[in-house]
Write a protein that binds this ligand. Structure first.
Ligand code: GP9
Ligand code: MN
Length: 633
């Protein structure tokens, strides 16, 4: 046969790239919920892993020795597969891509336990098969392959192609999504356009930028933020000022409880009988349009928002990424007023970096796992069951100096929503999502635990001297379960519905109040701090914060999500579409313009505060901006 017509021989690099390219593309479709709207987006999605793969594997061409080249290719392939795999597992759980700070939360990953296992499938092993193939090829050197050192010319051509692909990708992405890299709040869009590997590099770059930002920030940056905060401040409602003065404050952060279960049924069974009763109770004010505002930091974000009336960060968990910042927390303000402050949560104290962060927030005491006796049958799923947790927490509270502020965080109603047989009070639901099916049962359990908490509090004598504030920390059912959710709700889950599903219940229970009602103002977690301080009669005119007293006449009736979605009493902005709040119909985007802009400004100011650690330049007692020199003294 004429030699000139034989197939060109393949190198290990090319085979490794081809394998990873295919795998990444399969993962995009099989594991990540990435949707595309047009051919261009499909094309970008298809080519986006290549530029990175060409460059990273291209490094091997610089090695002289064949063995070094092969080892480099195999190890790189293994590491990249590992990254892809970690992203897949993470995505199944959080519906999101890993960011660098989250990677360092290894403690959390260890503790995920059952959840992590639920999200690893046997078939995932297939993702690693090609690495084995590469090893076999390198060892047996089949004739269709070439292992020689590439010529200078070939090497140059290779890198030229790699760089050209990189810019082609970036160019296409830029036309499809202008300002892609400047608007980083949407990770999915980034991955979709520049590829999962380039995304990680970009993430590393952002992280380094963050460290630099703090170093460079000075007090001048605070002036604009301060002006915005002042203009946004709402005068608290004086009718509520001090109505709980001197009382203990008992906060219950209800794990993953969403508002759609309240006053609702599942296959004819009531899901939250006790909480439903509270919505009608004369001593309870229930908010049925209250939204969580958390992001990747989940529970810890909800805690951050509660204590600071600031938003968390768009990426990672602020509890980890900015635990060294100076904060001016509600806990601190309460300490100044003579309150004993405590956080209670029966998990390892380092989970979500809580031990460090609570110290920073100046909590007087953190009752963690070690402060609880977890007897036989007292634990399920992630750890201690809510019922014994509340029981023992009430015991702890009776020992506390009064008045106290105690924050309890429940755990049983957490993904994957497992429960012991004896704790199941209602049937499972019957959709294609085991997660949603079990969710109703664990929510039902949490409801029962809250009922018992109220009884325990009454028995202990604490009840009359306390107010009880309860709210859901974040969603429990992610968008991965839309099909099942739409079966349950009997309607399609549009971006509007998804946004509305971010409502979590919010109760203000004040024994002896007597004027309970349901309030349908649009409010969110950011409003908790100013609301609570006003109820206690603690004046707070200067805090650097974005929330407003929920009872205030001046409350702006809108809630900004950390990802830029916004809800007002009239409109919902979600999925880049403006929707009528009442009907869920699409309306002209101009209707949402002002709330979109406000959200952008507010989130940007928030990030300036956190990234620049700006509160170190601010005195929240008298509202003074401090000069850099004073700080350094
Ligand atoms: C862990 C618990 C759960 O201690 O608060 O955290 P989450 O996964 O919901 O953020
Ligand atoms: Mn949570």
């Amino acid at each position: 046969m004429d030699k000139r017509w034989s197939m060109p021989k393949l190198s290990l690099v090319i085979i490794a790239i081809a394998f990873l390219w295919i795998k990444t593309f399969i993962a995009y479709h099989a594991s990540f919920n990435i949707s595309t709207d047009n051919f261009m987006q499909d094309l970008i999605l298809f080519i986006n892993p290549v530029s990175f793969l060409l460059l990273i594997f291209g490094v091997s061409l610089l090695f002289k020795k064949e063995k070094t080249r092969n080892i480099y290719v195999i190890v790189t392939s293994f590491i990249l597969t590992g990254i892809l795999f970690a992203n897949m597992v993470f995505y199944r759980f959080f519906n999101d891509f890993i960011t660098l700070p989250v990677l360092f939360q290894t403690n959390n990953f260890g503790d995920l336990g059952g959840s992590a296992m639920e999200n690893i499938y046997v078939t995932d092993a297939l993702y690693f098969v090609d690495v084995l193939i590469l090893i076999v090829l390198a060892k047996y050197k089949p004739t269709f392959m070439v292992f020689n050192e590439p010529t200078k010319l070939k090497r140059r051509a290779y890198f030229l192609v790699a760089i050209a692909t990189f810019f082609l990708n970036l160019g296409l992405a830029e036309t499809e999504r202008p300002q892609l890299l400047t608007r980083t709040f949407d990770r999915e869009m980034l991955v979709k356009n520049i590829g999962t590997y380039n995304y990680h590099i970009y993430d590393v770059y952002l992280q380094s930028k963050q460290s630099a930002q703090r170093a460079l920030a000075d007090s001048n940056a605070l002036t604009d933020v301060h002006n915005y905060v002042e203009a946004n401040r709402a005068e608290p409602n004086s009718e509520f000022t001090g109505i709980a003065e001197g009382k203990n404050v008992i906060i219950v952060e209800l794990e993953s409880v969403q508002d759609f279960v309240i006053n609702n049924e599942m296959n004819g069974e009531v899901i939250t009988p006790f909480l439903n009763e509270l919505t009608q109770d004369e001593d309870t004010i229930y908010f049925d349009q209250f939204y969580h505002q958390t992001e990747q930091g989940k529970t810890s974000d909800a805690e951050f928002i509660l204590d600071n009336s600031l938003y968390g960060t768009p990426r990672g968990a602020v509890f980890f990424t900015h635990s060294g910042n100076e904060y001016q927390t509600m806990s601190h303000q309460l300490n100044d007023e003579g309150y004993f402050t405590a956080a209670m949560h029966a998990n390892n104290k380092s989970f979500w970096n809580r031990d460090i962060m609570y110290e920073n927030f100046t909590y007087d005491r953190f009752y963690d796992l070690q402060d609880y006796v977890v007897g036989e049958g007292d634990a399920v799923n992630w750890g201690m069951k809510d019922i014994p947790f509340f029981e023992q927490s009430v015991d702890h509270m009776t020992e506390m100096e009064q008045p106290f502020f105690s924050k309890m965080i429940t755990l049983t109603n957490h993904h994957p929503f497992y429960l012991d047989e004896e704790d199941k009070m209602i049937e499972e639901y019957d959709s294609n999502s085991g997660t949603l099916n079990r969710y109703f049962q664990t929510v039902r359990y949490t409801d029962e635990s809250v009922k018992l908490l109220f009884e325990d509090l009454k028995e202990s004598g604490l009840y009359e001297d306390s107010i009880i504030i309860m709210y859901g920390d974040h969603y429990g059912i992610s968008e991965n379960h839309n099909t099942a959710m739409s079966q349950y709700l009997e309607r399609e889950i549009t971006p509007y519905e998804s946004a509305e599903l971010q409502q979590v219940p919010f109760f203000v229970h004040m024994p002896g109040y007597g004027e309970g009602e349901t309030i349908s103002k649009v409010t969110g977690q950011i409003d908790l701090k100013p609301t609570i301080l006003n109820l206690l009669g603690i004046e707070d005119k200067e805090s650097m914060q974005f929330g407003q007293d929920v009872f205030s006449e001046e409350n702006d009736n809108m809630t900004i999500f950390r990802d830029g979605r916004v809800v007002s009493d009239e409109f919902v902005y979600a999925g880049e579409i403006c929707w009528d709040k009442e009907s869920g119909e699409e309306v002209d985007k101009e209707n949402c313009r002002s709330i979109i802009d406000k959200a952008k400004d507010e989130l940007a100011f928030n990030d300036e505060i956190i990234y620049g650690d700006l509160l170190r330049f601010y005195d929240n007692k008298n509202g003074k901006l401090l000069e850099n020199e004073i700080i350094e003294e």
